[in-house]
Design a protein around this ligand. Structure first.
Ligand code: SAM
Ligand code: F3S
Length: 445
């Protein structure tokens, strides 16, 4: 039988989807890229922005005929499933199953009951024990040289705009022994780079008696023989500890990249967002990191058009972006999410045209900064991990620098996919570098 999975949203959802595939393989489902071939369709959803719930109903509507004509089993998982639960089954009579963010492990049984007994089911319980974050087969599957590893899930913060704590639950951390075991197994299968995932990785381990801290976890992973690159996301600025700054100095395999969402450059907006820090505190942390490790690329998330955001407040955001000179930025226009504090307390009063205009202005500014920074790298040599063919075609390959910049490059004779390569930067755009492979392939001992 065939399984088609559609994934929306963040890296954690992508990892969850690969687990869904793995889980269902054990129930004799093989993945397919063609929805028309599927016997089981799973939509793994994100509810962080926009009209996520509406999008789910539209997608389900498109698959209705497959249900009617072929009797395909339809399931919705992820954050919208967690948020809407039962309501999804009520509003979409052809939907068979709904599973929340802690309930993926129940999927094979839910599918079997739908198939054998036409039973429709909803599973959205939250658990405090992180058993559901462990890999279903005991060890993560992987292809290629990069892998995601979930270290924690959920968030104990209360940002007023954010639905994540509601749909992913409170912070739960996996045991560091299990994480290290997984990374060792991945390295054994050729993985050179791991991305550690969590909604707020800096508070890893805090809710578990006797567990290691995040910097201590990084230290253990750094010591695994064969690991070349460690990345992590996402960090909350409030919890960026001096020990973590230290880790960037001490740990040779920790990549020089920190994603540190600021959200707004205005203290009054930050207070309405309930972010828990002021701009000067954020700047102080970025400066202390850059003082000790100037090479670290800093990237961020920004929301424009938060309720009540004035032109002057928005200009404070532009000013801080000019000051920090981020290496990259994700820009979002505010959208009220159901039952969040901001949606309850504030009117969504910034007109859409103003939101769009601010978004464009911020992106333009960031583009000019990124172009300048990328151009300054022309002529340098960079170590990259070769990921595969470039989207540009023309026999080019693609890889990333340790600072997470994309490099499209002309391979040399010694260039091997999924290995490290050295590349000379010959040109730059705002989003990527252009390069040429140099020298012989590095031999990993
Ligand atoms: N720490 C979180 C994580 O990585 O899981 C960040 C939450 S979210 C997945 C990523 C970004 O989406 C946030 O940093 C924020 O900029 C944006 N975002 C979250 N809620 C939003 C909303 N209601 N409207 C617009 N943007 C939002
Ligand atoms: Fe959301 Fe704030 Fe946590 S953005 S994931 S509530 S740190």
């Amino acid at each position: 039988m065939k399984l088609y999975v559609q994934t929306w949203g963040c890296q954690m959802n992508q990892l969850d989807s690969s687990r869904i595939v793995q889980l269902m393989k054990s129930a004799d489902y093989e993945p397919t890229d063609r929805v028309d071939d599927a016997d089981l369709i799973i939509l793994n959803t994100c509810s962080v922005r926009d009209k996520a719930e509406q999008k789910v109903y539209s997608a389900l509507g498109r698959w209705r005929t497959l249900k009617e004509e072929k009797g395909v089993i339809l399931g919705v998982g992820g954050c919208v499933a967690q948020q809407e639960g039962e309501a999804l089954l009520r509003r979409a009579p052809h939907l068979d199953l709904v599973f929340g963010t802690h309930n993926m492990h129940k999927l094979p049984q839910m599918v079997e009951e739908a198939r054998e007994a036409a039973r429709r089911s909803v599973e959205t319980a939250f658990y405090r024990d992180p058993f559901y974050l462990e890999d279903p087969s005991g060890l993560p599957e992987t292809e290629g040289a990069k892998a995601y590893v979930t270290i924690m899930q959920g968030c104990n913060k209360v940002c007023s705009f954010c639905i994540v704590p509601r749909v992913r639950g409170r912070e739960v951390s996996r045991s560091s022994d299990n994480i290290v075991r997984d990374v060792e197994a991945l390295v054994e299968r050729g993985v050179k780079e791991v991305m550690l995932l969590g909604q707020n990785v800096n508070s890893y381990g805090r809710t578990v008696e006797g567990e290691r801290s995040f910097p201590e976890l990084l230290e253990r992973i750094n010591a695994i023989p064969g690991i070349r690159r460690i990345r992590f996301t996402t960090s909350h600025p409030h919890d960026l500890s001096p020990e973590l700054v230290d880790a960037f100095v001490r740990l040779g395999n920790l990549c020089e990249h920190l994603h540190l969402p600021l959200q707004s450059g205005s203290d009054s907006v930050l207070a309405r967002m309930r972010r828990g820090y002021r701009l000067d505190e954020y700047l102080e942390r970025v400066h202390s990191l850059r003082k000790r490790r100037p090479e670290v690329a800093v990237t961020t998330d920004m929301i424009v058009g938060f309720p009540g955001e004035t032109e002057a407040e928005f200009e404070e955001t532009l000013a801080v972006v000019r000051e920090i000179e981020y290496d990259d930025m994700f820009t979002f226009t505010y959208s009220p999410r159901p039952r969040t504090v901001a949606a309850k307390v504030y009117r969504d009063d910034v007109p859409d045209e103003v939101k769009g205009d601010r978004c464009r202005r911020l992106q333009e500014l960031q583009k000019s900064i990124a172009l300048r920074k990328n151009r300054s790298l022309i002529g340098t040599e960079q170590e990259i991990l070769v990921e595969g063919p470039s989207r540009l075609g023309r026999d080019q390959l693609m890889g990333r620098t340790r600072t997470n910049r994309i490099v499209n490059f002309t391979p040399g004779e010694a260039t091997v996919p999924a290995e490290m390569a050295r590349v000379r930067v010959v040109d730059a755009t705002p989003n990527s570098l252009v390069g040429e492979a140099v020298g012989a392939r590095e031999v990993v001992q």
